[in-house]
Design a protein around this ligand. Structure first.
Ligand code: ARG
Length: 569
């Protein structure tokens, strides 16, 4: 498109007494594809020349009648616009060659120039359920991580584990009273949660347990060896469980810097707030008033000296900037914490940190897993694990029916199952609440990962049948791709780079997800109307190169959503 724009600019500039760069700035994409590919609006000239825009458009059209260029083939006036139509042969050649040459890196750029972007995502809390919010954060956060990487940023994934707080006092008490070693070893995350629930039940009857828990937490905060040993053990065992789920999803965090990581830095935050004169004592607690900004006050320290979630987040933000000098710092956390992040960013700004404006809360709505045959088992603590297992199980059943002879059934079931969960989330605008419908998420003909994966597998199978000699580049074969479905497919493939960019820029993987549905749909339309293996050898060659480029676009795009593209399914 850029080359087309440049060519048009060179062509029009002398006709309208503008500089080529000025023409490029004016160029637009027509609202309907049938109008043309690039439009030159004539309003600016109309003012200058005191003529009506349609007259100018028509006049330019007349001047260019019968002519064509390398990248455009005709220029047609329509109302106040002059619409240029691309010359498919050279356009196709350019786009397809790009895709094939760049391969796995097609769509990537070096926009970020190696700058650091920190992405705080997933971030479950020890001894509390890994709930739906954490599923969404994991899936959306990981995709943003990959998208920023593709744009040349250095993505830094941080799991801000909830590994500090009064619940550890409770866990220590519960474990000392009722703990069973084997159960802890067997399923630590689940067992710690059970102990936590049990603690609350027993404390109703025996409030002295609460005092005991408070005292243990104080010991922990004071670095008491026994308390620290318990805490470390609980934390370590939980981390191992989480890590195995992340491993299954292909996710690695650069850092597991949980809340506890910032304990040593809290005094500094508090001193800084006092020095800046923004903190004040209120009934023994230390607070920051944000009334002037229409926000409730922030509490930095409670009456009993305990610090809070936001105190640790302040320290974490400062630490991240000092350590990574991020160009952006993302927090992929549910919309219910919007106020928390507004307060956090405002306080950072009041502390005088200019980089506060580069901190971004990426909120999302709720997801509900529709009940039914595949409803989740009540009481399961790591919902994510449960959901993934169910999805893979269902995918296995479907594949068993659809393709019983498949070689790597298990691999396909995992790809399709995990893809269904991720895509079911990522294909929706993240701010919306979504209902996850198992049957729909695994529907091979719906707007699903399976639909896209299937198009990919189908292409791989066609290429296998044809033989790899057809993957050798051939200009002439490409020049035969002149049918409407072929041209539209190429135009769709050409959009990957800008879709990656806008997904990352708007923090919306859904932009890329929706686009991949379009690619699969355009591929299917092409395949329905343009035979590949049964056409003339040269045309067949051109079409195979076209579908190979399509395969590449799908694989790259799904990859950025964290979804695998199996070659057979
Ligand atoms: N652990 C928190 C929760 O589950 C999420 C942490 C998000 N990150 C942050 N820096 N506050 O609610």
């Amino acid at each position: 498109m850029q080359k087309l724009k440049e060519e048009i600019a060179q062509l029009i500039a002398p006709l309208v007494a503008l500089e080529p760069v000025e023409v490029i700035e004016l160029l637009e994409i027509p609202p309907e594809a049938e109008y043309g590919d690039i439009a030159f609006p004539c309003y600016t000239l109309a003012k200058k020349n005191k003529q009506s825009p349609p007259v100018i458009a028509k006049d330019l059209g007349d001047k260019l009648a019968g002519r064509e260029g390398v990248y455009w083939q005709k220029a047609v006036p329509r109302g106040p616009y002059l619409n240029f139509h691309i010359a498919p042969a050279s356009y196709n050649l350019e786009i397809l060659q790009n895709i094939i040459e760049q391969g796995q890196t097609y769509g990537n750029t070096n926009l970020g120039n190696g700058q650091n972007v920190t992405i705080d995502y997933s971030s479950p809390n020890i001894a509390k359920p890994f709930g739906v919010g954490h599923i969404r954060s994991t899936v959306i956060g990981h995709s943003l991580y990959l998208l920023y990487k593709a744009l040349g940023y250095n993505s830094i994934g941080i799991n801000h584990l909830g590994d500090w707080g009064t619940q550890f006092g409770k866990l220590i008490v519960a474990y000392k009273h009722w703990g069973e070693e084997e159960r802890l070893e067997e399923d630590p995350v689940d067992y710690l949660y059970r102990l936590y629930v049990q603690f609350h039940q027993q404390a109703e009857e025996d409030p002295s347990l609460d005092d005991e828990a408070r005292s243990w937490f104080r010991s922990l905060e004071n670095g008491d060896a026994e308390a620290v040993a318990y805490w470390e053990r609980f934390r370590q065992l939980s981390l191992e469980t989480y890590a195995s789920i992340y491993g299954f999803l292909g996710i690695e965090f650069e850092y597991y810097h949980g809340e506890s990581h910032y304990n040593q830095m809290l005094d500094r935050v508090i001193n800084l707030a006092q020095k800046k004169g923004i903190a004040r004592e209120s009934e023994g607690a230390l607070i920051i008033d944000l009334e002037a900004y229409d926000l409730p006050p922030v509490m930095l320290r409670k009456k009993d000296g305990a610090t809070l979630y936001i105190t640790r987040d302040l320290a974490a933000a400062i630490y991240r900037y000092e350590t990574f000098e991020f160009s952006r710092s993302l927090y992929v956390v549910g919309a219910e914490q919007t106020l928390h992040f507004q307060q956090l960013f405002k306080v950072l700004e009041l502390l005088g940190f200019k980089w506060a404006s580069n901190c971004v809360h990426v909120p999302f709505g709720m997801i509900r897993f529709k009940e039914g045959r595949m409803s989740t088992r009540a009481g399961k603590i790591i919902l994510l694990e449960e959901v993934l297992q169910r999805a893979v199980e269902m995918a296995r059943e479907i594949i068993e029916v659809k393709n019983p002879d498949l070689k790597d059934k298990e691999g396909a079931a995992i790809a399709v199952g995990l893809g269904a969960v991720r895509f079911g989330d990522l294909s929706n605008d993240r701010v919306k609440n979504i209902e996850f419908d198992w049957e729909k998420a695994l529907d091979f003909s719906g707007e699903t990962a399976a639909y896209i994966q299937y198009a990919h597998a189908r292409i791989c199978s066609i290429i296998r049948k044809a033989g790899s000699q057809y993957l050798i580049w051939d200009d002439r074969a490409i020049s035969l791709l002149l049918k409407e479905e072929e041209i539209t497919l190429v135009k769709t493939l050409a959009l990957l780079p800008e879709k990656i960019f806008s997904s990352a820029e708007s923090y919306r993987p859904s932009v890329l997800a929706r686009y991949l549905i379009d690619v699969a749909r355009e591929f299917n339309r092409f395949y329905h109307n343009c035979p590949v293996l049964n056409s003339e050898p040269e045309l067949q060659h051109g079409r195979l190169l076209l579908i190979n480029a399509t395969r590449q676009v799908i694989a790259n795009g799904l990859g950025l959503l964290g979804i695998a593209a199996p070659e057979e399914m």
